[in-house]
Design a protein around this ligand. Sequence first.
Ligand code: AMP
Length: 466
Amino acid sequence: MCGVFGVSNISDAAHHVYLGLYALQHRGQESAGIVSVDDDATTHGHRRMGLVEDIFPPAVLDSLPGKVAIGHTRYSTTGSSELSNAQPCLVDYHTGSLALAHNGNLTNAAELRADLVRKGSIFQTSSDSEVLVHLIARSEAREPEDQILDALERVEGAYTLVMTIGKTLYAIVDPRGFRPLVLGKLGAGFVVASETCALDIIGASVVKELNPGEWLRIENGRVQELPPLPSSPPKRCVFELIYFSRPDSTVFGESVDRVRRNLGHRLALEHPSPGADCVFSVPDSSNAMALGYAEESGIKLEHGLIRNHYVGRTFINPSPSTRIEKARIKFNPVRDVVDQKEVVVVDDSLVRGTTSQSLISMIRQAGATKIHLRIASPPITGPCYYGIDTPTREELIASTHSVEEIRAHLEVDTLGYLSLEGMHDAAISGKPGYCDACFSGAYPTAAPGERSEQLHVNPAIPAVAT
Ligand code: AMP
């Protein structure tokens, strides 16, 4: 998962991108990069592993001149993370300098890459985004926009792109619109960003959110809408609203905060916890959901868990020997709130179940007499192929275990997941046009080969016949 940001016709562009990336840090903490384009169309780039704050001290930003710039934050995955995969990709090709920042996953990247390698392409990274760069450079079209179209005709999957060719900024959303992108205005210039919270930080106003298949050419203070990409049924990612985006953003036309509160309300209706003393969230992503649960149920909202903010947004190490220790680094229960209490714990999602297992044990040790775990989304039964870093199917606890088995494994008194129907009603008022494949198995594209097509038992828990 990633955050992308771009500006055009704004003095000190790199500094604005830096602030935008700061606001998009939650979308990627593995690496970040900025490429600026100066008035002579010369590009300047800086990419590093780590956090935005550490990567771009003032001297670095000063070395990125120009009124056009793009940036990228890359999500920390469970696989290897290397500087070579940091973005924006930056290359010189026959038409000029090209910089590209990509959010999403191309589902046919492996096939395309193999084909390109056969034809002589030399890849510098292992990222799917570089496939796009090669396809653009290999296009026989003369005009950059035709080259881009040639490339996009061949790729499948999720791509929200912010790119520059020369001094022109392009903003593109794939025909299904899996990942968000918003256009903003600042003075005489324009801004594009993954989320509105990144426009707020630089004082830009929202012009509009890009529709699926939309692409824009932005140059010299003008925005031109290019003919949309061939249409497909839209498939906005519902998990953006549930977990990924910041609650102060508006994504796919929805206030993320309001969506999450609604999910909490619906969860309380579907899975009440009569007699509980208090309800609290697993901070921060489920704060609004716990608030909604408390509002609906009338159960007192508390801060029962404190999160250490110096720990990144990463999965807790699934190894049984270290997970309690790692969970303790990230969360700590407030004993005074929990001791001798029957508590409702609200989390946005359950993925492997490893974080939750550690948390529950800590809450129990802090003295809770009963624990009701409430999950504000349905069981995740399949991986995401479109850019959310959920693990392979065999690691997803709900792909191989029933709710009762998961409850027993987590050692909670009751466990309630929001229904698929409840999620649709509460999050998006039943509107069509969303991808919920990780919950429903209804994948909108052919899936790339999973590491294992077979359903295996989650290694963290003993096998139980279903
Ligand atoms: P677990 O208990 O190990 O299943 O972890 C569940 C927690 O991971 C939930 O609290 C979610 O907020 C969080 N989460 C959900 N999806 C992701 C993701 N793709 N990357 C990192 N954390 C996630």
